[in-house]
Ligand binder design. Sequence first.
Ligand code: ZN
Length: 158
Amino acid sequence: MIRSGFGYDVHRLVKDRELILGGVKIPHSKGLMGYSDADVLLHSIIDALLGALALGDIGTHFPDNDLAYKDIDSRLLLRKTYILISGKGWKINNLDATICCQEPKLKPFIYDMRKNIACDLNCDLEQISVKATTEEGLGLSGKGEGISAFCQLLLIKV
Ligand code: ZN
């Protein structure tokens, strides 16, 4: 048995926030605004995991009016989501994500993002793909107003 999932998320870039993507702190003059640490990549992955099993979305499970999630490390939310998925007998076959970000350059940080995600989802590095692209100066990511992320994944029943 297999199930596919898809997730999308976007957060606004603002001053005086840390930029955290895939659980990696990235040196930059701006960071993402959000109720949690605003890790847009991990949020798209959480939505894909939940979506694969038709379990709603990140807002259903971790509401942004709940003080428990204020400034929370999104890796904790990812791990909680994985516990939910694995508790129903599912595991990751593979995951492929793309971050749309004009700057900073994310290439030096991709390996550590994949390592974090593989660790939290209890799978091997080769099962986790993270890519970064610019949108050629167009739209919200291209103009530096925000960063978005897409994730597609396949779950298999164990
Ligand atoms: Zn988000």
